[in-house]
Design a protein around this ligand. Structure first.
Ligand SMILES: [Ca+2]
Length: 401
């Protein structure tokens, strides 16, 4: 049984090229304190997932990804290790000499293997460099199978005015372009208005072509590619606060962006495959579906009209920092199929979202004691859950399924 949901119908904005398709927004958060208490005690009836430990002993693992059958774990201080191997033998890349990880949200934050990694050996990383800047670099594999720390080519350097909200996710989209999540620059309340300022690369999802140009090219259909006065050409979507984790559905190419909230709401945004870019996800006008600053809501004439609302959100009674996950597309556990799993760093709760027609149904899948730093996916579609304390888990079907 799915708990009673407050379902709001809202338009998920698509550009005219794909038509105005209506979808629904499912409000994840319960407003009833009694429901919140019940959720702490047990997962919702019918929950399908549980956690199986895979390997422990990692130092602040913050991301997991794969290249073919090989699975890699990113450690925040600046090391990428192969899952399944121990000690020095596991080290794939060590760039601690250039990674700053003083702040909780700084460090080596993710990696993405080129879609043709098997032939070109290129792996891309996002880390905090000197002066706290966000750096996106490419490294190349050596003949021994490890990445060469001396092969670094910096593609992008974005100065960060504060230590927090560095985004950090890299993903190759189904279009072959590299997507880069950028936070709003930090502090609180987006003092730079970076989310809505498209002259800034902060507070946005960027999209670049790493196969052309030096060091990269702008995809010609990026929303501001032909309108340089309207915004930076790298921007694909904006209005984001700290999109710590986003992912593509391995089957459909749909994009899920989890945006970390400030005071009240955590949210999941959804961008169906094939839509044009330029989505405005609302920050700092909105935090989830709520006005962030009351004064902004009193000036409706100033409010942008092009906002894309989240498909799901929850209140800070249920967590404090959303960690985006993955749509399960593995073959091994049919009961998990078609569910997007995500969690909360503070509460350890893991939810799933499932699309039914125009609605997104949600369910609490389990309550963990983990500090969920990230989810990850391998080539078989297995979904992993990372505990910042050092252990990698795999999502498996619960014994009753
Ligand atoms: Ca938003």
């Amino acid at each position: 049984m799915i708990r009673a949901l407050k379902v709001l119908t809202a338009a998920v904005r698509r550009r005219p090229i794909v038509g105005a398709v209506m979808a629904s927004v499912v409000m994840v958060a319960s407003t009833v304190a009694a429901n919140v208490m019940a959720m702490v005690l047990a997962a919702d009836a019918g929950a399908v997932a549980q956690l199986e430990p895979v390997q422990t002993g990692f130092e602040r693992p913050v991301y997991l990804t794969h290249a073919g059958a090989a699975v890699f774990v990113v450690e925040q201080r600046g090391v990428i290790r192969r899952l399944g191997e121990r000690g020095a033998a596991s080290v794939f890349l060590d760039i601690r000499d250039r990674v700053t990880s003083r702040g909780n949200e700084q460090g080596l934050l993710s990696a993405a293997f080129h879609p043709r990694y098997a032939s070109n050996g290129a792996v891309f990383v996002n880390y905090t460099g000197d002066a706290g800047a966000s750096i996106v670099s490419r490294f190349l594999k050596r003949s021994g199978g490890q990445a060469d720390p001396e092969s670094e080519q910096i593609l992008l350097r974005v100065e960060q005015p504060y230590g927090n909200h560095n985004g950090g996710q890299l993903q190759f989209g189904p279009d072959g372009y590299l997507y880069i999540g950028m936070g709003d620059g930090g502090a609180g309340g987006d003092p730079l208005d970076a989310g809505q300022d498209n002259r800034s690369l902060l507070g946005a999802l960027l999209r670049i072509d790493v196969d052309r140009g030096r060091p990269y090219a702008i995809p010609p259909d990026n929303p501001f590619a032909a309108r340089p006065g309207a915004g930076r050409a790298e921007i694909w979507a904006y209005g984001l606060r700290n999109p710590w984790r986003f992912s593509f559905d391995a089957l459909t190419g749909d994009l899920f962006i989890a945006d970390v909230g400030q005071n009240r709401r955590e949210e999941i945004n959804w961008q169906p495959a094939g839509v044009e870019g330029g989505q405005n996800y609302g920050w700092r006008w909105y935090e989830g579906s709520r006005c962030f600053e009351r004064s902004a809501c009193r000036r409706p004439a100033d409010r942008p009209t092009n906002l894309t609302r989240p498909i799901a959100e929850y209140a800070h009674t249920e967590g404090c920092s959303v960690t985006g996950g993955y749509m399960y597309r593995g073959q091994q556990y049919p009961s998990l199929a078609g569910r997007y799993f995500f969690g909360d760093y503070c509460s350890g709760t893991i939810w799933s979202l499932q699309r039914r027609g125009d609605e997104w149904l949600h369910r609490v899948e389990l309550h963990s004691a983990l500090s969920i730093s990230s989810f990850g996916e391998d080539a078989k579609g297995n979904v992993y859950v990372l505990d910042l304390a050092g252990t990698v888990y795999r999502l498996v079907a619960s014994k009753t399924h």
